[in-house]
Design a protein around this ligand. Structure first.
Ligand code: SAM
Length: 271
């Protein structure tokens, strides 16, 4: 599993170059894109096979058979680390189950790259990747993320940035956020401010390029937090009952503060 650059080609590691040159076969998300990278590092020509979200399941038998025959197969995604919001998990699982050796070749990932320049408190974080795109699934996930006292790392497409800032603001309040754009590329930009400030800035300029958002963790002092299990129960009850009824039942079931649960219920009850 070979990590490749997320922009700047010089970010490829020496070991990745060595492995890609030596591999019998390279499995790549997009073979055309990967040909350019392999050519850049003198690892081409080389047998290439595509592995993407549409065909990964179908490729498993073919690739695990090659591994079992002793071939070395390097898997790369379009950018960054395989499996991080990218294909590869089914193949890794199948390779493990077939008794094949799976070796990590670490390198760039947009997640870690963004965290490494984040001015917000983000030593403890949850990686969400792409949020569900819309509807109740999205609102539910945002409420779950809001209840955690961890910073939240999100991937987002540029045409959805404003909607994401709006939704984060509506559910989590005006927290601080960092927006990392086009990291390691020519138009790299890192901005940070309140969600409302970022909303205002980006509204005036039709954001382009690839984006990572880091939303600062909820401030523990401003609100008494409730446990994850209380939160889950609360969300189930809120679908049927009022905030006060739900809070009373969750407090009775978990022994946690009714006041804190009620506050949480008011904040998360869909309007
Ligand atoms: N596997 C990759 C990794 O390790 O980060 C992520 C792949 S995911 C399909 C692509 C998303 O990652 C983009 O939509 C964007 O949110 C983020 N991303 C990738 N490259 C980036 C960059 N150079 N700057 C900012 N975000 C980036």
């Amino acid at each position: 599993m070979v990590a490749t650059p997320i922009g700047h080609l010089a970010d490829i590691t020496l070991r990745a170059v060595e492995i890609l040159r030596a591999a019998d076969l390279v499995a790549a998300e997009d073979t055309r894109r990967s040909r350019a990278l392999l050519t850049h590092i003198d690892a081409f020509p080389k047998p290439l096979v595509s592995v993407n979200e549409h065909n990964e399941r179908r490729r498993i038998r073919e690739l695990t058979a090659k591994l079992s025959d002793g071939a070395s197969v390097a898997l790369i995604s379009d950018a960054g680390t395989p499996l991080i919001s990218d294909p590869g998990h089914l193949l890794v699982k199948a390779a493990f189950e077939a008794g094949c050796k799976v070796v990590p070749i670490p390198g760039p990932s947009a997640l870690v790259t963004a965290l490494s320049v984040c001015p917000l408190a983000s030593e403890r974080f949850v990686f969400e990747g792409f949020l569900p795109s819309r509807g109740e699934a999205r609102r539910k996930r945002l409420r779950e993320l809001d209840s955690m006292t961890l910073s939240i790392v999100l991937y987002e497409a540029p045409h959805r940035l404003l909607a994401a800032l709006d939704d984060l603001l509506a559910v989590m309040g005006d927290r601080r956020v960092m927006v990392g754009r086009e990291l390691t590329k020519m138009h790299e930009q890192v901005r940070s401010g309140r969600l409302s400030e970022m909303r205002e800035q980006f509204a005036g300029e039709a954001p382009r390029g690839e984006l990572v958002l880091i939303v600062e963790r909820r401030e523990r002092t401003t609100e008494q937090s409730i446990s994850d299990s209380a939160e889950r129960l609360l969300q189930v009850l809120l679908a049927e009952l009022s905030p006060s009824q739900s809070a009373r039942l969750v407090a009775a079931a978990t022994g946690e503060s009714r006041g804190a649960i009620y506050k949480r219920a008011l904040a998360s009850k869909p309007s």
